[in-house]
Design a protein around this ligand. Structure first.
Ligand code: KG4
Ligand code: ZN
Length: 350
């Protein structure tokens, strides 16, 4: 049984997974403590992880009716994320692994997102196109065997991530933190065609899989500043902004599937919880004959289940453990699921 630990941002997530089955989980968030600052404060997040980590492990074990002696391996997010926050999870994981005499697996946070719904049913299709949309990253990826193969980047964002754009625009429009869920709620029942905000990098000569969201953020801010008494309902502004983001995300993801001849699309990360993104992706994929997979909402934002599920996948694939001096890697680039190993599994045939 794998104990999974996630502490890369403001969520302390712990879960227990064995052979693809979720046995127990616990989640604690310091979100409310950051709200008054309008964004995550790394020191506050780290302190909250220190306080929450052991109670979360105990709660996950209690919910499974199991004890520490049932833990056969420990998987932990080693990066990317806030350095202060990652250190807490990595230190805790090393302590549990050492004390219990079990192997340690450092994993990449974004690969964890890809594994988020492995405990809910079927294995991931191979190959697949994955759209990762989180607070810190926006990427279109080509994924093979998640445990073995290198992960190919078709395109990334050149500036802000999609979630960051939601959070910053929400702030400009006076919505509460965190911005993504506030925009999602604020857009319900409003007109997404009221304002034509730009769709960045969607011109004929633009890189097809590259994203850019900082210009859109600026466009919304400028519009709000220069039209204080426009009479346009704020819900319509919010809905029009959200539509621009999800239009670009879904159009590029579907183009990637078509161009690469891959009929399976996986959308993950915090922004994958967005109702309009889920709705538009479903209708566009249906029209294009693409099978769409999006984890249940609660598994889109950071949690321990995704890390335990990925650790379980690595263990079952026979991956070598990470060294006991595994370090937090705040800026880790996504190349493969596991972090901190030199000898990894042989990739499956290309
Ligand atoms: O994956 P995640 O929980 O943490 C990171 O790895 O970054 O993603 C957090 C991001 C935040 O920017 C948050 O505003 C956004 O996901 N988010 C949403 C929604 N729920 C969370 N964005 C749009 N609509 C949502 N419903
Ligand atoms: Zn995340």
């Amino acid at each position: 049984m794998v104990l999974g630990i996630e502490t890369s941002c403001d969520e302390t997530g712990v879960a227990l997974v064995r052979d693809g089955v979720l046995l127990g989980e616990a989640l604690s968030t310091s979100m409310d403590e950051h709200a008054r600052y309008g964004g995550v404060v790394p020191e506050i997040a780290a302190r909250a992880h220190v306080q929450a980590i052991v109670p979360c492990v105990r709660a996950a074990l209690a919910s499974a009716g199991l004890g520490t002696s049932d833990i056969g391996a420990v998987a932990v997010t080693a990066g990317p994320g806030l350095a202060t926050a990652l250190h807490v999870g990595v230190s805790a994981a090393k302590a549990y692994a050492t004390a219990l005499g079990v192997p340690l697996y450092g994993v990449h946070h974004l690969a964890g997102h890809l594994a988020a719904d492995l405990v809910d049913g079927t294995p991931l299709p191979n190959p697949l196109i994955a759209l990762i949309v989180s607070g810190g990253h926006t990427s279109l990826l080509q994924v093979g065997d998640l445990a073995r193969d290198p992960i190919g980047h078709l395109g990334d964002t050149v500036d802000d991530a999609a979630g960051e754009c939601f959070d910053k625009v929400a702030r400009v429009l006076g919505l509460p933190y965190p911005g993504g869920p506030a925009v999602d709620r604020g857009a319900v029942g409003h007109d997404p065609t009221a304002l034509a905000f730009p769709r960045p990098l969607t011109g004929r000569n633009d890189a097809p899989y590259t994203f850019s969201f900082s210009g859109l953020k600026t466009a919304v801010a400028r519009w709000a500043e220069s039209h204080p008494d426009s009479g346009v309902p704020s819900g319509d502004v919010i809905a029009s902004f959200q539509e621009a983001v999800v239009d670009v995300l879904t159009a590029k993801a579907i183009r990637a599937c078509r161009d690469q001849g891959i009929a399976d699309l996986l959308i993950v990360g915090g922004v994958a919880a967005n109702s309009r993104l889920r709705e538009l992706a479903a209708s566009r994929c249906a029209a294009a004959g693409i099978r769409l997979r999006v984890p249940a909402r609660r598994r889109c934002t950071d949690n321990g289940v995704m890390i335990a599920a990925l650790g379980d996948l690595l263990v079952r694939a026979g991956a070598p453990p990470s060294p006991p001096d595994l370090a937090a890697m705040p800026g880790a680039y996504l190349e493969r699921a596991q972090l901190g190993v030199t000898a990894s599994l042989t990739p499956t045939a290309a």
